[in-house]
Design a protein. Structure first.
Length: 96
C-alpha cells in the first residue's frame, strides 16, 4: 500500500485532524461543564463531518497519487485527472 508522498496533502490532513481534535476536546469540556445534550450532539455531528471530510480528502489524495503514476505526464492529461478527482471528491463528500 502506498503512503501519502505529497507534503502539502499530508499537512492538510494533519491540520484537519488537529482541528477535529480541538473540537473533541471542546466536547469533553462541554460534558464536564454540564452543557445541554442538544448542544453536545451538535458539536459531535460537526466532528463527525470533519472526520468524514478528512477521510474523503485522504482517499482522493491517494487516488491522485496512484493515478498520476499511471496517467501520462502531459499537462492536458494531468488537468483531466485533476478535474476528475475534484468531481470524485465532491461526490464522495455527498455520500455521508
Amino acid at each position: 500500500m502506498t503512503s501519502l508522498a505529497d507534503e502539502k496533502s499530508r499537512k492538510d490532513l494533519l491540520n484537519r485532524l488537529k482541528r477535529a481534535e480541538g473540537q473533541l476536546r471542546g466536547i469533553q469540556r462541554m460534558i464536564e461543564e454540564g452543557a445541554q445534550c442538544l448542544e453536545i450532539a451538535g458539536q459531535m455531528a460537526a466532528v463527525r463531518k470533519a472526520l468524514d471530510s478528512t477521510y474523503v480528502r485522504m482517499t482522493v489524495c491517494f487516488m491522485e497519487q496512484e493515478l498520476s503514476t499511471r496517467v501520462g505526464d502531459s499537462a492536458k492529461e494531468q488537468r483531466q485527472l485533476g478535474a476528475l478527482l475534484d468531481e470524485v471528491q465532491l461526490l464522495l463528500g455527498k455520500v455521508h
